[in-house]
Write a protein that binds this ligand. Structure first.
Ligand code: URA
Length: 279
């Protein structure tokens, strides 16, 4: 008997192809980060018209591309990539989004809607480009964030900055926020009731920005936006859709600081983010 979860040969082949395609994309992107600019296919008659790894016809006229002057340095598992092509966004559109975010911040005010306000120093609303193509969503402020009123400024934030640079962006060009805006005591997970009360502000932020991609960092943000209790390991490696926006779930940088071996998986998730930004 064939079990309900058994795959047909065709489905297995498609799954294998998906895996191969993802690994190939990961390898090519990594090679590009190390300076490779084109791939010569054996048997190709015209190396000068082969697509480069940037997706454009080769401009090198078939000559061997020059070696990069210096091999980029690696920052832990993450290195810097080239930025996605900038889609022009009008000043009016950016102003409109900025003003929506200001409205949300004003509505949040000196929030006392849930018990988290008792232990906080600052409300950590979020920061970044109101017209960002990419929004990162974390869990809630930690001690450094609570002290400074800014998201991801501690050790996890340093790693997040490296992850952002690895996909060719700068921190100021993305938007970073959290599910809850006040620090949970002792950095515990926010309670369901705290999430229920605070998440409407996150949802308004995401609706105001409507980025091209959302990347959730860790279980709390992923589960909140995807309305699930699934494990982060099951939510990764799929492209979800949140209100029409592609969403990629990955590990939280604080978890990566403790489990360095998971950086390789996170890199795969970031490649997915990068592919979505470039698509
Ligand atoms: N962890 C989070 O989830 N958010 C922050 O802002 C900092 C650490």
């Amino acid at each position: 008997m064939i079990g309900a979860n058994a795959m047909t040969t065709g489905e297995r082949r498609t799954a294998d192809h998906d895996d191969i395609a993802q690994n190939l994309r990961a390898t090519l992107t990594q090679l590009r980060l190390w300076g490779l600019r084109e791939v010569i296919l054996f048997g190709s008659p015209r190396p000068d018209v082969l697509p480069s790894l940037d997706g454009e016809a080769s401009a090198s006229g078939g000559k061997t591309p020059p070696m990069p002057e210096e091999t980029p340095k690696r920052h832990d598992a993450f290195v810097e990539a080239s930025p996605p092509s900038d889609e022009p966004i009008s000043r009016d559109e950016r102003n409109r989004k900025a003003s929506l975010l200001e409205d949300i911040r004003r509505d949040l005010g000196d929030c006392r809607r849930c018990p988290l306000h008792r232990g906080r120093t600052h409300v950590v609303f979020g920061e970044g480009d109101p017209a960002a193509p990419l929004v990162f969503v974390g869990e809630g402020p930690g001690a450094d964030e609570d002290r400074l009123g800014r998201p991801f400024v501690g050790q996890a934030g340093q790693l997040l900055n490296k992850m952002i640079r690895a996909i060719g962006l700068h921190r100021e060009k993305v938007y970073i926020c959290n599910v809850v805006k006040c620090r949970p005591p002792g950095n515990r997970m926010p309670e369901p009731e705290e999430i229920r009360i605070c998440s409407p502000f996150l949802i308004r932020q995401l609706e105001a920005i409507r980025p091209r991609v959302i990347c959730t960092l860790g279980a709390c943000a992923s589960r909140t936006l995807l309305s699930t209790t699934a494990a982060i390991s099951d939510l990764r490696r799929k492209i979800h859709v949140w209100r029409g926006i592609p969403l990629v779930a990955t590990y939280h940088p604080a978890y990566l600081l403790r489990n360095s071996a998971k950086k390789a998986d996170t890199w795969k998730d970031l490649l997915e983010v990068m592919a979505l930004l470039h698509s």
